[in-house]
Design a protein around this ligand. Structure first.
Ligand SMILES: [Zn+2]
Length: 435
């Protein structure tokens, strides 16, 4: 799904996805060998050829992220300026007098237009990933994923947009608050639904016990050490290798449905001790309630955004509404203008969200070190090795542009994480009770 859709159409979902205990897919290159995975690590370093590849790719990603944002704004502006929003509204209003039916015409048209406009950037992003050997997905499969992503976006987006305009019509003055009250629980619901409904649309899952009994047993030890209850039946193997060479593992779900997911690529490139550290990091997100902390952080921020958009939209429509043929804020055609303002606010505050996320990730690293202490001989070294493998496979830049880190890094740079793992004494027992 394209970034614009996340960033703008469903602001609350963006926050949810951002908060997902699931770390970003970590990418790879085929030169990785298992021989390097158990070398003693003193710092995160890459051989010169990999260093240049990592540095170049990171620079491209940084520029792409900036272009993505600017281009997203241009697309919304063009949709207004070319009166596409007004045309879609006319079509919708001509189709029925019922608002719900109108939303079924207007929302898919508008969301698909945004999707098609931003497709070239999605496409270029994939070209880059292929060039650097990170994506191994065929174009047919990639296109099918793009279509599925658009469909999921259309369904969720249409429901939210319909609700938004119901609220705007009923209570124009307080719509920003009422819509927030509705959107936050929907965001939470979708976040928890994801692992069951959305993830299987894109990847294959199988019981980990069948694929790798030894790893399952090691993970079970760590889970017990964490004082959690995730039986082996709730540990899953995920087939990511047909699409990416990236590595990942994550913990997700609630209560009895908690689960650990390990990607097949991770199993292929890391040893069991390293995977247990990665899973321990993920367990940290879980035990330390990062999902709830994230919601507590973002929900008020989103409320503030909604309020600011509410304050600004009147002025924007008074100034340009007539030239866009947008009648008022309760007109369907005002949506691109609302999304424009929301995107702008998200971008401006992105560094705050990134810093908050980096803090949580750092805490999860610390938790991973503490929870694996005693289970592996030298948990700090094992963690550093895990990051070295991750960095080589992911082509993580050892020396990222600080502006990039400030704006977009939701994880600390890998060099910092390795340094911390090597110096931290897990017997501080700050996050995991001593045993
Ligand atoms: Zn994490």
């Amino acid at each position: 799904m394209n970034r614009l859709w996340y960033g703008a159409t469903v602001a609350v979902l963006a926050a949810c996805i951002f908060l997902a205990g699931q770390d970003q897919p970590l990418a790879s290159n085929s030169q990785q060998t298992t021989a390097t995975s158990e070398k003693i690590i003193t710092a995160y370093t890459l051989p010169p050829d990999l260093y240049h590849k990592a540095h170049d790719r990171n620079r491209i990603h940084f520029h792409l992220a900036l272009i993505d944002f600017a281009y997203g704004l241009v697309v919304l502006w063009l949709i207004l300026r070319w009166k596409l929003a007004a045309k879609y509204r006319n079509l919708a209003e001509g189709s029925s007098s019922r608002r719900f039916v109108q939303s079924l015409v207007f929302c898919p048209l508008l969301l698909l237009t945004i999707g098609v406009f931003t497709l070239p950037l999605d496409f270029y992003g994939e070209v880059v990933e292929k060039r650097y050997g990170i994506s191994v997905q065929g174009w047919g499969s990639w296109s099918w994923d793009w279509i599925k992503g658009q469909l999921v976006g259309l369904v969720i987006g249409t429901i939210l947009i319909w609700l938004l305009y119901v609220v705007i019509r009923r209570s124009p003055g307080r719509a920003w608050f009422y819509f927030w009250l509705i959107a936050v629980p929907i965001g939470v619901f979708i976040f928890f639904l994801g692992p069951w409904v959305i993830d299987p649309m894109f990847h294959k899952f199988e019981p980990l016990q069948q694929k790798n009994p030894a790893l399952t047993a090691s993970l079970e030890q760590m889970v017990q050490r964490a004082g959690e209850n995730i039986p082996p039946e709730r540990m899953f193997w995920m087939g990511a290798g047909e699409k990416t060479t990236g590595l990942n593992a994550y913990v997700t779900g609630l209560g009895a449905s908690k689960r650990i997911v390990v990607w097949d690529t991770t199993i292929a490139k890391m040893n069991n001790r390293q995977i247990v550290f990665v899973a321990g990091h993920e367990m940290g997100h879980y035990v330390l309630q990062h999902i709830y902390k994230g919601f507590a952080f973002f929900a008020p921020l989103v409320l503030l955004f909604f309020y600011l958009v509410h304050r600004l939209i009147g002025w924007v429509l008074a100034r340009w509404g007539a030239s866009w043929e947008v009648r008022s804020v309760d007109d369907w055609a005002s949506l691109p203008a609302l999304l424009f303002l929301l995107s702008l606010l998200f971008f401006v505050t992105n560094p705050v969200g990134s810093a908050f996320s980096r803090y949580l990730e750092h805490q999860a690293d610390q938790y991973g070190l503490e929870v694996t202490y005693g289970l592996t001989p030298d948990s700090g070294q094992v963690a550093a090795q895990a990051f070295q493998v991750l960095g080589e496979v992911d082509l993580s830049d050892p020396d990222p542009n600080p502006v990039n880190v400030f704006l977009f890094y939701d994880h600390p740079p890998i060099s910092d994480r390795v340094r911390f793992c090597l110096m931290y004494d897990p017997r501080n027992w700050i996050l995991v009770p001593m045993k």
